[in-house]
Write a protein that binds this ligand. Structure first.
Ligand SMILES: Cc1ncc(COP(=O)(O)O)c(C=O)c1O
Length: 432
């Protein structure tokens, strides 16, 4: 690394806040120079195979010619215009595409800036829906433990009450209702015994609940847990039975990652409100969408307020919409299905055998997601350094070493990720 790089990193360490990081004792950050395909190139010269898809978002790889083209062409027309009173082709095309690929009842689209904001929007929609019907007493959210829905306030209030940030912000967070986390494993025979407790909670609280929110099939940041589609079907059934709106947070799972276009498709259900983010622009820039049914939109619009009370400055940013359209066009070819199936089979063959390692509790694979749950928690700083030395970018947390590589990853790249994981499992300093 040259002097300029060292100075940049020094400034970064002293002044630039990184996600979930202390400013007094920051973990090291690695300076990235460029990224191409599945590779992240560090300023120090290493080329790392990306196992994280930049937190679930990169589908078709970095520096993609078609996504670049869409971005450049749109930038020459307009980078941004306000969305209040104005509209434009990139947004219209995007909403058309989203309505076409999501479950049929979802007919209205609200575009916003990030996953967390799309969850705020979904929650606000559900509260305003019941307010419009004169039932303001339905003002709480029902969810399950081990969930993660973002870091803004309404989103935080539906994250897991123990692993999330409830303790710090307890006094200001909405008081919501938490059912036990889904227990029936995706891969095991369905056991409906947990539904007794679940239905009891719906029955007890429905009069005060506006919406039920859940990550379909994959509980991500809250533990990388894969649960049974029949559980999701039961949730839909109870929402109908007890008059509660169903919010599906597909921010991590949407657009192919689990092997279906949407994780809701595993259970053949349609939510009343769906959140999309992360993958929407193929990992290029921040954009999210909250889709809802005609009933939700009409009820809100015909209510006392006469409109939905939300409107971000960068709503429907044309650059982001244009890139999202280019990314969805690549998905429309259907190639993603073979890509995910290839990753899934490869991980099943080569990652699942790590199950027998003495340092491993459980290995699981679903679609393009591979999870190694370890016996001991990782030493973040040490293991991160080792992964970089081994030529990969994998960022574990707690007892979870997980990968969700870009869809375009090939045999050689996936092998490198798996070899790196298997290597660190043999190294004691990687664990605390
Ligand atoms: C399921 C889920 N919902 C919401 C979010 C929040 O999205 P963002 O980080 O874009 O605000 C995330 C992010 O990891 C997520 O995984």
């Amino acid at each position: 690394m040259n002097k300029k790089h060292t100075e940049m990193l020094d400034f970064d360490k002293k002044h630039v806040w990184h996600p979930y990081t202390s400013m007094s004792k920051p973990l090291p950050s690695y300076l990235v120079e460029s990224a191409e395909g599945v590779y992240i190139k560090l300023a120090s010269g290493e080329k790392l195979v990306d196992g994280m898809s930049s937190w679930w978002s990169v589908l078709h790889g970095y520096n993609h010619p078609q996504l670049n083209k869409a971005l450049i062409e749109q930038s020459q027309k307009m980078a941004h215009v306000m969305f209040g009173g104005l509209t434009h082709e990139p947004a219209i095309n995007l909403c058309k595409k989203l309505i076409a690929i999501t479950p049929k009842p979802l007919q209205k689209v609200f575009l916003s800036d990030s996953g967390s904001v799309s969850v705020e929007v979904a929650i606000k929609m559900s509260l305003q829906y019941w307010h419009s019907l004169g039932k303001s007493e339905k003002h709480k959210l029902l969810t399950v433990k081990n969930g993660y829905h973002g870091d803004t306030f309404a989103a935080m209030a539906v994250c897991d009450p123990v692993n999330g940030m409830h303790k710090i912000f307890e006094s200001v967070l909405m008081k919501n209702i938490f059912a036990p986390a889904p227990q029936s494993n995706f891969f095991q025979t369905w056991d409906d015994s947990e539904l007794i407790t679940l239905e009891k909670i719906f029955a007890e609280h429905h009069h005060e609940v506006a919406a039920f929110i859940i990550e379909p099939i994959v509980q991500g940041t809250g533990g990388m847990r894969f649960y049974h589609p029949k559980y999701l079907q039961a949730c839909r059934e109870y929402c109908d039975k007890y008059n509660i709106l169903f919010i599906a947070d597909e921010i991590a799972t949407g657009l192919g990652r689990t092997g279906k276009m949407f994780a809701c498709n595993w259970a053949d259900i349609s939510p009343d409100i769906m959140c999309l983010g992360k993958t929407l622009t193929g990992g290029y820039m921040t954009l999210a969408a909250t889709l809802c049914t005609d009933d939700v939109a009409d009820t809100i619009s015909n209510g006392a307020a006469g409109c939905f009370m939300h409107g971000p400055t960068f709503m429907a940013n044309p650059l982001a919409c244009a890139v999202a359209n280019a990314s969805l066009k690549l998905l429309e070819t259907g190639e993603w299905q073979q890509q995910i199936s290839f990753i899934e089979h490869f991980l099943q063959e080569h990652l699942l055998p790590l199950n027998s390692h003495y340092r491993v509790n459980n290995v699981r694979v679903l679609g393009g997601i591979g999870v190694v749950e370890t016996v001991d928690a990782v030493d973040m700083e040490y293991i991160q350094k080792r992964f970089v030395e081994l030529g990969v970018w994998i960022r574990p947390f707690g007892k979870l070493i997980y990968i969700m590589p870009p869809f375009i990853s090939n045999t050689e790249e996936l092998s490198l990720l798996i070899t790196a994981i298997s290597t660190v499992l043999d190294e004691a300093p990687c664990f605390v």
